[in-house]
Design a binder for this molecule. Sequence first.
Ligand SMILES: *Cc1c(COP(=O)(O)O)cnc(C)c1O
Length: 401
Amino acid sequence: MNTFDPANNIQDLQYFGEFGGVNPSISDSSTYTFLSAKTMFDTFEGNTDGCYLYSRHSSPSNLYLGEALAQMEATEAANVTASGMGAITSVLMQLCKSNDHIVSSRTIYGGTYAFMKNFLPDYNINTSFVDITKLDLLEAAITQNTKVLYCESVSNPLLEVADIAALSQIAKKHNLKLVVDNTFSPLCISPKELGADVVIHSLTKFINGSSDTVGGVICGTQDFINDLKNVNTGACMLLGPTMDSLRAANILKNLRTLHIRMKQHSHNALYLAEMFEKDGLVVKYPGLKSHKDHQLYKSMMREEYGYGGLLTLDVGTTQKANEVMEMMQYENLGYLAVSLGFYKTLFSASGSSTSSEIPEEERKSMRLSDGLIRFSIGLDNDIKRTYEKMRACLVSTQILR
Ligand SMILES: *Cc1c(COP(=O)(O)O)cnc(C)c1O
């Protein structure tokens, strides 16, 4: 495993701007001229490489960012989208038609869950939600109509880790596409290398890292990316989740520092998780030996990027969670906000926010407690100081005595 270095791959892409600039020029156009009418016809037919037609199909800035992200995931190609949900919904609509079936992990992002549970059934596409750590149950859920096996490499919010290589074997055996949302673990885990067919990211999170835009990407084979962009039948072309060129240019610049940021997020999260665990708190972090998937994550990870920036703390009740989160925000330790991957720590109670789409009884069965706080740990320079201040908040709210 780990046959390539994603950060080197990104670094080795060299672009020049129009006037020799060190950043590629931003394509500030929705449409493109042709010197000859014949070339326009050929471009519509998909027969001319390097010609741009209309920016919903592709634009130079979006292609640069897509190329860099394909390099990061070591896939043949990639297509950027206006949001992570724009990527997820396009992939599922492209791969599944009426009467098709999806087998998905039950611990997934709330929006993805809601799309599969509430939206797709109207198009006669149904989903079985399973505990993907039980491979026999998962395999039993596959039917003749199943087309897609769906999971997150590290799942939201419980930080369950998917055994991507094992899932890939099952997908191959049943001729399914394995689609992996790798939003929580960019650089740390490379799903394609472990056998995933399609890798998705919400760029909104770690990859952009500055909580100033939403964005998404689909990484896969050149054929699949071409299918998505097909002017007659492609979900990205026809549903129109197109990223704006200015945003693509910004995200590409932020991507250049992702390797440094991931190391710091992981370093800080591991420190806090270890300290909270010593304090006797109910903390979950894949980097802790006590985490049930610690060994699995370790077997898939790139050591230098660590176990990621997300950890959870179960403080028992919604009321305690709210109290301590308000206090931590007051003390400027982070923001009480959804989302993740920001330079500053973000925290939210998952049960009443990002996972509220999941019905209460299902939240119970997956042990998503009301007192569960999800932390996205920031890039704090002095994490020991942060820990001491957080500890003080936990003591004054009597979560810690
Ligand atoms: C945020 C998130 C999404 C959705 O991405 P948007 O950019 O908000 O549309 C999908 N999957 C995961 C794991 C996420 O954290």
